[in-house]
Design a protein around this ligand. Structure first.
Ligand code: HEC
Ligand code: HEC
Length: 289
């Protein structure tokens, strides 16, 4: 990590010349104003093809031990990035076969040439795909969010940072009655567990009734900004998410014993939503370009 690398990576994250059409970038699917998620159910690639999944928020991803909704073996940001860059079925950025041409284009741009030289000093030909990936990964590692009202309440002792309703929602979130924290756990409210071998543990993934196979338990930080929800964007709002968790409670065959056992009352739903909204970090979201 260096300031020069992260600054270069930030420019590249928004760089449309990294796509087959010259009009698409990482930020086309990862919108900074939405905690780097996207307002559509499933993402659409540069050439118009639909992806199977909803674009994930990029929040504290430096600490993830795996990446993607259902890919325990994708273990680094650098490895993850090759998917949007090079995937062909479906195309995301569509760089496959054009890697050298894209690098030549950037090397010919004096501003980029200078930025790459500053980020990778001593290298006579610094504009390479490997460096580009490393720079964007450095930028992603700066996407740290820890300034929400929840954080101010818990870590800074600001007793008024949360409303009474949000505090009731927080107690419910961490109760076995609601079960939420059994899956959405740790500082990122996500599934991020290693097994005894140090690999991504099975506890990082779960079935909550919205998919046939286990999905990674996503972070809930800034979740109020990242609708629609779930791996396929099927639920439009946090209210719809709580309807879903209430309805799984009523089902005899719950997919996971941590899921809620009883449907939520109206007051409980409002409290849980107030708590989820208290995970929004305005300082994180205002860091737009
Ligand atoms: C066409 C839309 C699209 C583009 C362009 C795109 N992404 Fe994504 N991104 C997604 C989707 C969809 C996912 C979820 C992938 C899955 O199915 O597991 C994702 C997941 C990720 C993740 C995993 C986050 C986590 O918590 O596991 C990272 C990191 C990421 N993208 C970074 C990038 C970077 C960097 C770029 C640019 C080089 C990029 N993305 C370009 C749609 C896109
Ligand atoms: C058994 C584990 C489990 C429990 C318990 C659980 N969740 Fe989840 N949650 C998940 C998984 C897995 C997903 C992603 C599923 C998918 O993408 O289809 C998810 C997704 C979500 C999402 C959508 C996030 C996004 O970015 O799309 C929200 C919001 C959410 N859960 C809130 C809660 C709340 C509130 C509770 C408690 C009432 C709860 N969860 C209980 C496993 C769980």
């Amino acid at each position: 990590m260096s300031k020069a690398k992260a600054a270069l990576g930030e420019r590249l994250f928004f760089e449309p010349r990294l796509s087959v059409t010259g009009r698409y970038s990482c930020s086309s699917c990862h919108d900074p104003a939405r905690a780097f998620a996207q307002a559509r159910p499933v993402a659409i690639g540069a050439t118009g093809e639909a992806l199977p999944h909803n674009a994930m928020a990029l929040v504290n991803v430096a600490y993830n031990i795996s990446f993607g909704w259902s890919r325990p073996r994708v273990r680094t940001l650098e490895a993850q990035m090759l998917e949007p860059m090079l995937n062909e079925h479906p195309v995301e950025l569509g760089l496959k076969g054009r890697e050298a041409a894209a690098c030549a284009l950037l090397a010919a741009d004096p501003a980029y040439a200078a930025d790459f030289a500053a980020a990778f000093p001593g290298d006579p030909a610094p504009v390479t795909l490997e460096h580009l990936v490393k720079a964007i990964a450095s930028f992603e590692r700066t996407l740290i969010s820890g300034g929400s009202p929840f954080d101010r309440y818990v870590f800074n002792g600001e007793h008024d940072a949360l409303s009474g309703q949000a505090k009731r929602g927080m107690a419910l979130f961490f109760s076995t009655r609601a079960g939420c924290s059994g899956c959405h756990s740790g500082f990122n409210f996500s599934g991020n567990w290693r097994d005894a071998q140090g690999e991504t543990g099975p506890a990082s993934f779960a079935r909550n009734g919205t998919s046939a196979r286990p999905m990674r338990v996503p972070t809930l930080r800034n979740v109020a900004l990242t609708a629609p929800y779930m791996h396929d964007g099927r639920l439009a709002s946090l209210a719809a998410v709580l309807d879903h968790y209430s309805s799984v409670a009523a089902q005899a065959a719950r997919t996971d014993r941590r899921l809620p056992r009883v449907a939520f009352s109206g007051a409980e739903r409002s409290a849980l939503i107030a708590f989820l909204e208290s995970l929004t970090d305005e300082s994180f979201v205002s860091r737009t370009r």
